[in-house]
Design a protein around this ligand. Structure first.
Ligand code: BES
Ligand code: ZN
Length: 861
């Protein structure tokens, strides 16, 4: 039988801790299987709230001793930790515990990755290291002493500034000692420790007030040549945050460490960011342009947390979007500044539609600020992150750029050193702008994707837009109030000239009309420019109008969107009525592809079309049952039609966008490569793989090699490349992840489950490594036609592996359960197959709290 239902935590139950910490001293005596952690903490009562028992969190700790003011105390074990009898006065806490980093496969707390010690404490991992009030509103200054044996851990790091390092070679075994002190009070989730045989790529940065900061990226020996790009990204981020937000770095050193075993992308620990090696290591030979761009963005993201997350943190985990939404918004601004603003916006909207919309329109839908959870790790979601960032973008649109900058200054000034709430954040905007944001705040509490409709009316010289908004019921929320939706609108004339530059309409009611006078001829609206709100838009317009916008819209996002809408409707027509691809779409797109004045990266995006999964979501919303095979066939038909329609153009585009000279990951050459590779993928449908074969053989960088590899696999001619690629890269873990992924991604739908099963039998399928597990299982779940093949074989493969991984790594298991969130889209047969797998997972003995919560929520709705 399963354990009792896990406890639910509610936002409304928040209570402060009741004690204040003056300082924390930690000593680590590192040992792979028996690390000792000695803590000395000075507590004093928080006299405003001193009515509750003294409770410290702790999980899986082997207790050695605990003293209050020098006297051994008895621990009263309670759910999640201990309660101890303490004086209602300041006191000293001293404790010693033992932990086993080697046995820690969950990768939370102190664990080992390839012989190296490292930590991951967000959200609640510190309690696996020692007894502590492991909650973000308890902030303290930490001093950390690390002791270890010299041979294996020549580098030992923690947060803050290194004070002291000693390597005593006279003794045997030679002990290492390192001491770090962090002057900035921080919550325990920002604690980090790293120790191991690492080498540093070093640099320095002079801050705006003239202080020198030592920068290091620590990697395993052999990876030194993959650090240069990350270091440049770090310096650019530091400079950008000074210039755009006025934020300066606040320690003498800033360290980044790359680790191979990591559940997430990266973590913003104060002064010691820890990165999944896939999110920091890059060389032209091993990383694609996409990898470079992602690395630049993640380095920026974690660095930006130093102010939005660390100096100002969250009061409790319900406020997660306070730091994550804002920091995602900031990293998006950074990428837009470093690269192309429209391309970044389109990429972000694609990601939002691919990840956040399905979440918000299915059983896992929750508000940007959730009100309850069982396991907080399950709420690091696309909604908290991506919709959370969209909400900040809307706020900036509504108040304007200058008011946004002023509000942020006030936020940093008022809340530096505090653990805050969304109320604090909103209040800053209210106080600095004088605006009442009560209704706007609904974006944080109402879940679901609002639907906006636009109807046009033209009478006399007045053009009117009639807007409506509504929102379908979501779990726990049947009825919703109208929200504040900024709808950016521009008006064009028949020549495509702007007769009204972009204007923000504030939609605040269920139905509202906006009139524009003085238009002697009927204008053409371009609505929701720049995707000014995370909504779905329904416009009563025909294909001719869309083709006009595709050719003429002055807003680059909406121009792309017009092509996208044409592609979508063409595909839906093929799926539902069997109609052929829309020729107007193809000819409009062709004109655009020929236009050399347009950024190649933008043209590459134009060549794209909605994914099969997105189409399934749209069909489901329209009341159809999504048939994965029909969806797959329609997308293939459209891609074939593009290849044929652009046959004369593709070789030119391919040739014109080859990049000569040494590799640079900058936006411009990367954009050319993305267009030439998009052309190659279509060309392969015409030449049977000839050009791809050539590119594979001559490729001097991973961007070209991987695209050619994909094209060959897609054409069914990848056999030699599979062997050659493995042979070339067998010693590079990150590239071998790609080798696994590509074979899964390009498997035939009917072969997917067997392809995956064969790959899992490969000696290199190290399933305990999250990157490797995701490279196979995550990519399988994203293979729409294969994963949803009518046999249900892939559903079973995924469930088998999730059941196997859960006891080893609950966090990664639970995250991957979201592959099942869309189960209600499909026919009764598939629903039954999916439900059976979900129930099989749910029925496992000892299933983790993480996975239990996910499968129950998915099954409940
Ligand atoms: N604070 C998170 C990392 C994290 C998430 C730790 C969940 C523990 C649990 C970090 O700042 C983050 O958001 N990382 C993202 C990448 C980022 C660019 C959005 C990640 O790891 O995916
Ligand atoms: Zn973050």
């Amino acid at each position: 039988m399963k354990d009792a239902a896990p406890q639910t935590i509610y936002l409304k139950d928040y209570k402060p801790f009741g004690w204040i910490i003056d300082d924390v001293h930690l000593t680590f005596r590192l040992h792979p299987t028996a690390t000792r952690v000695i803590s000395r903490i000075r507590f004093r009562p928080d006299y405003e709230v001193h009515d509750r028992p003294f409770m410290l969190h702790g999980e899986g700790l082997k207790h050695i001793s605990a003293k209050v003011d020098g006297h051994e105390v008895t621990l009263n074990h309670v759910e999640g930790g201990i309660e101890v009898e303490v004086p209602h006065a300041p006191f000293n806490w001293e404790a010693e515990v033992e932990i086993n980093p080697q046995a820690n496969t969950a990768l939370e707390g102190l664990y080992m990755s390839n012989g190296m010690y490292c930590t991951q404490c967000e959200a609640e991992g510190f309690r696996k290291i020692t007894w502590y009030p492991d909650r973000p509103d308890v902030m303290a200054q930490f001093t950390v002493r690390i002791e270890s044996d010299a041979e294996h851990t020549p580098v030992m790091l923690s947060n803050g500034n290194g004070l002291y390092y000693e390597q005593d070679n006279a003794q045997s075994p030679a002990p290492n000692i390192s001491i770090y002190q962090d002057p900035w009070p921080k919550p325990a989730y920002l604690f980090a420790l790293v120790a191991g045989d690492l080498v540093a790529h070093e640099d320095t940065f002079k801050t705006m007030s003239g202080k020198d900061v030592r920068l290091s990226i620590y990697v395993r020996p052999g990876d030194e040549h993959k650090c240069a790009f990350g270091m440049e990204a770090l310096k650019k981020s530091m400079k950008w945050d000074e210039e755009v937000y006025g934020r300066e770095y606040d320690l003498d050193e800033f360290n980044i460490v790359a680790v191979d075993d990591f559940n997430m992308g990266a973590m913003e620990n104060k002064g010691l960011n820890i990165f999944n090696s896939s999110c920091v290591l890059a060389s032209p030979e091993t990383a694609t342009d996409g990898n470079f761009e992602r690395i630049e963005a993640i380095i920026a993201h974690e660095y930006f947390h130093n102010w939005t997350g660390n100096r100002i943190t969250c009061r409790d985990w319900f406020q997660l979007c306070l730091k994550e939404g804002l920091t995602v918004f900031r990293d998006a601004q950074f990428t837009a500044d470093m690269r192309s603003e429209p391309v970044k916006r389109i990429d972000d909207v694609l990601a939002l539609r691919a990840r956040q919309f399905p979440e918000d329109q299915g059983p896992l839908s929750h508000p940007v600020r959730p009100e309850s959870f069982q396991e907080i790790n399950n709420f690091y979601t696309a909604t908290v992150y991506e919709k959370g960032a969209e909400v900040i973008g809307m706020l900036k649109t509504l108040v304007g750029d200058d008011a946004y900058a002023k509000a942020l200054d006030l936020y940093f000034e008022r809340h530096d050193g505090q653990a805050c709430t969304i109320e604090d954040w909103i209040k800053v905007f209210e106080d600095s702008t004088g605006r009442d944001l009560t209704q706007f705040k609904l974006w944080y509490s109402q879940s679901g994707t609002p639907e906006v409709t636009v109807r046009e009316e033209y009478e006399g010289d007045t053009f009117t837009l009639h807007l409506t908004q509504s929102s379908a019921p979501t779990p726990g929320q049947d009825v919703k109030a109208p929200q504040v939706i900024p709808v950016a609108v521009g008006l064009l004339n028949d020549n495509g000239d702007e007769v009204l530059p972009t204007k923000i309409l504030e939609l605040t009611e269920a139905e509202q009309s906006f009139s524009f006078k003085g238009h002697a001829t009927r204008p053409i609206p371009s609505a929701l420019r720049g995707f000014s709100a995370p909504v779905t838009l329904t416009q009563d317009i025909d294909n001719a109008r869309r083709a006009f916008l595709l050719a003429h819209d002055t807003d680059p996002f909406n121009r792309w969107e017009a092509g996208r809408d044409l592609a979508r409707d063409s595909l839906i027509g093929t799926i539902v009525k069997g109609t052929a691809p829309n020729p107007d779409y193809l000819s409009g797109l062709k004109t655009l592809l020929r236009d050399d004045r347009l950024d190649p990266a933008y043209r590459a995006l134009m060549l794209g079309q909605p994914s099969q999964s997105e189409l399934a979501g749209i069909l489901h919303k329209q009341g159809h049952t999504a048939d994965p095979a029909a969806i797959h066939a329609a997308t293939e038909t459209l891609r074939d039609a593009k290849a044929k329609a652009f046959a004369d153009l593709l070789p030119d585009i391919y040739a014109a966008n080859q990049v000569a000279g040494p590799f640079s990951p900058d936006a411009e050459p990367a954009g050319k490569r993305s267009l030439s590779n998009a052309a190659l993928s279509l060309l392969t449908r015409l030449d049977g793989g000839e050009a791809a074969e050539k590119q594979y053989k001559s490729a001097g960088n991973m961007t070209l090699q991987l695209a050619a590899f994909g094209a060959l696999l897609d054409a069914g001619k990848g056999e030699n490349a599979v062997a050659a690629f493995y042979d070339q890269w067998k010693d590079d873990r990150l590239v071998i992840d790609k080798w696994f992924s590509m074979q899964v991604m390009f498997a035939n739908p009917e072969d997917l489950a067997t392809t995956v099963t064969t790959l899992t039998q490969h000696a290199d399928f190290d399933w305990k490594n999250p990157n490797r597990f995701r490279a196979v299982m995550g990519v399988m779940a994203a293979h729409h036609a294969g994963f949803n093949h009518e046999s249900g074989a892939a559903y079973k493969v995924l469930a088998d592996w999730l059941i196997k991984l859960d006891p080893v790594n609950p966090q990664t298991t639970a995250r991957m359960c979201s592959a099942f969130q869309t189960w209600k889209r499909y026919d009764a047969n598939r629903q039954a197959l999916l439900k059976a797998q979900l129930e099989r997972i749910a029925g496992q003995d000892g299933l983790s709290r993480d996975t239990t919560e996910m499968v129950t929520r998915i099954l409940e709705a």
